[in-house]
Every structure is written in structure tokens, then in C-alpha cells.
Design a binder for this molecule. Structure first.
Ligand code: FPP
Length: 231
């Protein structure tokens, strides 16, 4: 969800105003994804690296998260959207953790749509946490001491219960991945759009999904191998 700062700067507004407008886009895109039948939507809301931004911006983002959770939990329940998080959420301030926990519990039984907030997330940190958890499991005798398969290590990632992303969209014209779901995106399709996050819309999401739908995914195989047998 990149471009909030530039959106604000272009208007002579403080950066936080861009994030505030970004929350409105978050609401629109959650709705749009549900309408498009997208079952898993992950929003990269706060990275491990974002912690090093000026403290007033970090504090402002935390307050916006609290505001979003207070205001949107009822809508998530009404629309039967399950909320999950990935990242070191245990390090978030209590005033965010509490409404987060409440929203996760209130929506835990929904199965059709899942919203995943990446909070205090970084792919490298995720790998470190997975390796540490896996090592503890080996030490406890819960895993064999042999080198793990990908399937085994995958069970220790934050995303163990979440399918790999099919499509990753980055707004604001930056052409980089910035420590987001590096392992899970091994075969994801990417869409980079110059639109700044506050200007991103349901319609733009539908355009990105249509672009994705035209692509041929081969997962390292040949076109012929990907065709259904008999085709
Ligand atoms: C990147 O834009 C955006 C962020 C670091 C924060 C994203 C957070 C929100 C949209 C609001 C809170 C989230 C939820 C789920 C309620 P940037 O600040 O790096 O923009 P810039 O590159 O233009 O400076």
C-alpha cells in the first residue's frame, strides 16, 4: 500500500493525512476484493523497517490501526470476513493488540473470505522466526533432526494456514518487493501500478485482476504441460 506520503506531499499536507486517506482505500479494497470473489487478501500495513520512521509517524499509524479496528470490526463480522495477522504482532502497543485480538476472535469462525494484515512484518524476520520455532521443535523431538522439506518448513512460517498469493500488487510506481512474502511469492504474478495508494480504487483492483487472468502461469513447467490433458 505504497504512496501515502507522496499523495500527502503533492497536496501540501502532513504525511499522516496520506495514511488517513489510505485507510479509506483499505476499506474500499476490502469490499472490492470480496465483490471480486477474492478469498484471501493480504495488506502490507506496517513493516518491521517502518518502525524506524519518525516516532510521530509510527504513533500515528498505530492510532490509525486502532481507529480502523474499532470502526471496521462490526463490518467484518457483518460481511463474514475472517481477520488474521502475520508479523511480530506481540511487539505492537497494547492499544492496538487488544482490538486486534478482539477482531480476530470475533471473526475466527468465518471461512469464505480472509483478510490478512501484515503488521510489524518482514519476510526475513519471518524466516528467522520460522527457523527458531523449527529448531525448538527438533530439540523437543517433535520434528526429525534431518534437513526439513519445504512442506515442513512452510508449517513454521506465519502463513502456514494461508495459501501462497497468486497476485501481488504494488502501488505508487515503485518496482520492488520490499521484504514482502518473499518465499510465498515464488510463483506469484506481479502488477505494478503508478497509482498512489490513496487513489487506488475497486475498479483499479479489477483491472489488475483482469491483467492477472490473462497471464499464463507455468510454475517452471512448459506451456504444454500446463494444458489440461486432452486439450
Ligand atoms: C506506505 O506509504 C504505507 C505505509 C507505510 C502505511 C500503510 C498504512 C495504511 C494505509 C493505514 C493503516 C492500515 C490499515 C490496515 C488500517 P509511504 O508512507 O511509504 O508513502 P511514500 O512512499 O509515498 O512516502
Amino acid at each position: 500500500m505504497d504512496g501515502n506520503g507522496r499523495w500527502a506531499k503533492q497536496r501540501g499536507l502532513p504525511r499522516l493525512e496520506g495514511h488517513r486517506r489510505g485507510v479509506e482505500t483499505v476499506r474500499e479494497i476490502i469490499d472490492g476484493a470480496r465483490e471480486l470473489g477474492i478469498r484471501y487478501l493480504t495488506l502490507y500495513a506496517f513493516s518491521v523497517e517502518n518502525n524506524r520512521r519518525p516516532q510521530d509517524e509510527v504513533g500515528g499509524l498505530m492510532s490509525l490501526l486502532e481507529y480502523f479496528l474499532d470502526r471496521e470490526t462490526a463490518t467484518l463480522v457483518k460481511n463474514q470476513v475472517r481477520l488474521l495477522t502475520i508479523g511480530r504482532t506481540q511487539e505492537l502497543p497494547d492499544f492496538v493488540r487488544r482490538p486486534l485480538e478482539r477482531a480476530i476472535q470475533a471473526t475466527a469462525h468465518f471461512t469464505e473470505h480472509t483478510l490478512i494484515l501484515a503488521l510489524n512484518y518482514g519476510a526475513r524476520t519471518e524466516l528467522l522466526d520460522a527457523v527458531a520455532a523449527y529448531s525448538r521443535a527438533v530439540a523437543a523431538g517433535a520434528e526429525p533432526a534431518a534437513a526439513p522439506s519445504w512442506e515442513t518448513l512452510n508449517r513454521y512460517l506465519y502463513t502456514a494456514a494461508i495459501p501462497d498469493p497468486d497476485l501481488v500488487i504494488r502501488t505508487s510506481g515503485e518496482m520492488r518487493v520490499s521484504n514482502f512474502l518473499l518465499l510465498q511469492s515464488a510463483y506469484a504474478e506481479y502488477v505494478f501500478t503508478p497509482t498512489l495508494w490513496p487513489d487506488f480504487t475497486k475498479e483499479a483492483l479489477a483491472v489488475a485482476v483482469a491483467d492477472y487472468a490473462r497471464r499464463e502461469r507455468r510454475f517452471g513447467l512448459t506451456s504444454e504441460q500446463m494444458k489440461p490433458s486432452g486439450a
